[in-house]
Write a new protein. Structure first.
Length: 337
């Protein structure tokens, strides 16, 4: 298992010496890699990443030391994106929509109410739509994406003030959104007043009422304990979101082919397992969150979709993404407008 820096510091104290000696053994590896992410340790992203790192280190027979830095330990998403671009960080998992700040074409998988269910998501992302996006990432940045995108899930809206039942309830709402042109555009189409805030600062932004609402899948609401600072959860399923497992091309190219194969195989395999874990959690967490006091309501997707339609949202993004990408999306979702 890879041991990360903050954990070392946190667990140092009385057992500082033995911990330090573990580090000096690890430092002997030929290739040291840092992978950073924005989610709590208890999210399946991190249990699968820890397992994956251990497998990579073992299969490389100690030639690789793959370390996981969870929970924004290396900075927020904006910081980590610039670190992985420069090579200060080697690997990073990021929403395709936040990656949109660098590679606008990546945002196409986040189109609101596009994928009806996972029966459309995985064929699209593992098929031609995902391949198109990965090509754009590799062509236009210092990064590449591994083939199997990891899951975040369908996003739901939480608020501290009132349930969201219809699109009208979103008007004027101070809702936190992740840094991404696409998210801003979508919540402006809903006439909300979106606040761009990195995930690292979301809990405190909700606690101090810098924002009154946010949107995320249940697995994140629960593992980041957002239910402590939000009362209502409205099941809107307004978009599916994932995490591209990104690598810095130069860092990865330092590896000989056999070690590249070990990393690639393990990253993709862990992604598939993480998808199953996340789906199970998102499907089962409503009862837990209810028991902790959250109040749930269901919504009618068509009302929200119509609002986006009449605001010209689909027409605008169809134009921005272009015929090829939009056609690849509709190949899996059917006609969207
Ligand atoms: O920032 C978010 O809300 C999160 C955790 O879902 C993403 O990484 C997009």
């Amino acid at each position: 298992m890879s041991i990360n820096r903050r954990h070392l510091i946190a667990s140092a104290g009385a057992i500082a010496l033995p911990v330090l000696s573990i580090r000096s053994v690890q430092a002997a590896a030929e290739f040291s890699f840092k992978y950073g992410n924005n989610l709590p340790l208890s999210h399946p992203m991190n249990s699968r990443a820890a397992e994956m790192a251990a497998a990579i280190n073992a299969e490389s027979k100690g030639r690789i030391d793959f370390q996981v830095f969870p929970n924004n330990q290396l900075g927020n998403d904006t910081d980590m994106l610039s670190q992985v671009r420069s090579g200060a960080l080697d690997f990073f998992t990021l929403s395709p929509l936040i990656l949109g700040t660098l590679v606008p074409a990546a945002q196409v998988s986040g189109v609101g109410f596009a994928f009806k269910d996972y029966g459309q998501v995985w064929p699209a992302m593992d098929g031609d739509l995902g391949a198109h996006v990965r090509k754009q990432i590799a062509a236009s940045s210092s990064l590449f994406a591994f083939e199997k995108i990891w899951d975040n899930g369908y996003r739901q809206i939480t608020t501290g003030t009132k349930p969201i039942a219809t699109p009208d309830d979103l008007k004027g709402l101070k809702i936190r959104i992740p840094p991404s042109p696409f998210w801003v555009s979508m919540f402006k189409a809903f006439e909300s007043s979106p606040q761009t805030i990195n995930f690292a600062e979301v809990y405190s932004a909700l606690q101090t009422k810098v924002a009154d609402a946010q949107e995320n899948p249940l697995a994140i609401i629960a593992t980041a304990k957002l239910n402590e600072v939000q009362k209502f959860c409205s099941i809107t399923n307004h978009m599916w979101d994932g995490f591209w497992f990104l690598g810095n091309k130069k860092s990865f190219d330092r590896l000989p082919q056999d070690l590249k194969d070990i990393v690639t195989r393990n990253v993709n395999a862990a992604g598939l397992k993480q998808r199953d874990d996340v789906k199970k959690l998102n499907d089962s967490l409503q009862a837990d969150l209810k028991a902790k006091g959250m109040v749930f309501n269901n919504t009618e997707a068509e009302l929200f979709r119509n609002k986006l339609r009449s605001a010209g949202f689909y027409t605008e993004w169809h134009k921005k993404f272009g015929e090829e990408a939009w056609g690849l999306l509709e190949k899996y979702t059917g006609k969207l407008v």
